[in-house]
Design a protein around this ligand. Structure first.
Ligand code: PSU
Ligand code: MN
Length: 328
């Protein structure tokens, strides 16, 4: 039997027209993930919030590129119909990087996580990506080995990810240790402390602090000129204390949610959506309001970083040597 030859065109990544034009012209683009819309926010509100995230990117001068898979095609810059399909479809998969190729062959619809969104965005030349919270090391990971693929992917993907730290449902200390081991640069935005997603301050210190989008852009440019370190730059942007979920409520709901997840035997990629849905329900919408605030603030900051970075690039002399001679 002759081997089946894959159809090259069918498996190419398709950029939406607006995103393709912006990338061609070197204008600022911000990548957005679709898992937080399809699996992290409640149905009925998720589409409206997804659109709001895109509008926030536009309002701050960049082109939004929401990434996802539609009928097996990997799309960068979902259009209105495609976003609606992923936000409200019955059978939308949660796709990490390892799932992309089989889902393409199977012709499936799927939402991309931080890991797969970062990888696809970097592959098409997008430098900045906004999300809510990173995946990380789950509590009890010493036994379950449950660590998000987000971490390992960021170790070798050159992209700037703006987030509110890592979800507070995780083991934050262990996640920070893994980020260090994996060589992921972490910058606090206006803070020396790692944010805890729903909570402003996770209680853990960070090695680096930046205070403006221009400083972030400069860090990205320095890394690119050195070209010796392949990992991501995480910009950790905390919620203001007035917008965080009440810490006592947070701890109660989390304890209860973890017990329910264990009792119901929730494992693997279902853990994060289960816990997020539990929070939205058990806090009567307080965690949802915080979640939306987080994403919109990160979309704004990511757009401002992308704008600052595109100015840098315009001003850059094309200098081919990245090693400067020793001064005599
Ligand atoms: N941030 C949010 N909501 C989410 C997520 C992040 O505000 O739903 C998603 C991201 O797509 C992230 C994923 O990559 O949760 C992590 O899932 P896991 O722990 O299974 O790797
Ligand atoms: Mn997991």
């Amino acid at each position: 039997m002759a081997p089946r030859v894959a159809n090259v065109t069918q498996y190419k990544i398709r950029c939406g027209d607006e995103v393709a034009a912006a990338l061609r012209d070197g204008r600022p683009v911000v990548a957005l993930e679709s898992t937080l819309v399809a699996h992290g926010l409640p149905r009925g509100e998720n589409l409206r919030i997804g659109r709001q995230i895109e509008q926030t990117v536009r309002d701050h001068g960049a082109v939004p590129a929401t990434i996802g898979m539609v009928a097996g095609e990997l799309v960068v810059g979902l259009d209105e119909n495609e976003l609606t399909r992923l936000a409200s479809g019955e059978d939308v998969l949660k796709l990490s990087g390892r799932d992309l190729a089989p889902a393409a062959v199977a012709g499936r619809d799927g939402a991309t996580t931080v890991a797969s969104t970062a990888a696809v965005a970097a592959a098409v030349g997008i430098d900045v990506f906004a999300t809510g919270g990173l995946g990380g090391v789950h509590r009890g990971a010493a036994e379950s080995f449950d660590e998000s693929a987000d971490l390992v992917t960021l170790a070798h993907t050159r992209i700037c990810v703006v987030c509110a730290g890592t979800k507070s449902i995780l083991d934050i200390g262990a996640t920070l240790e893994r980020l260090e081991t994996l060589g992921v640069t972490v910058l606090g935005y206006g803070t020396n402390r790692f944010p805890g997603f729903y909570l402003t301050d996770s209680g853990f210190d960070l090695p680096w602090r930046v205070d403006t989008p221009e400083q972030v852009a400069e860090v990205l440019v320095a890394g690119r000129i050195h070209a010796v370190h392949p990992g991501a730059v995480v910009v950790a942007n905390p919620l203001p204390p007035s917008d965080q979920v009440d810490p006592a409520l947070h701890d109660r709901v989390l304890t209860d949610g973890l017990a329910r997840a264990a009792a119901q035997g929730i494992t693997g990629k279902d853990v994060t959506p289960f816990l997020l849905a539990h929070f939205h329900e058990a806090t009567a919408g307080a965690s949802l309001r915080a979640n939306v605030q987080i994403i919109l603030r990160n979309a704004e900051l990511a757009a401002r970083i992308a704008v600052a970075l595109s100015k840098h690039q315009a001003a850059d002399e094309t200098d081919s040597s990245r090693v400067s001679p020793a001064t005599p």
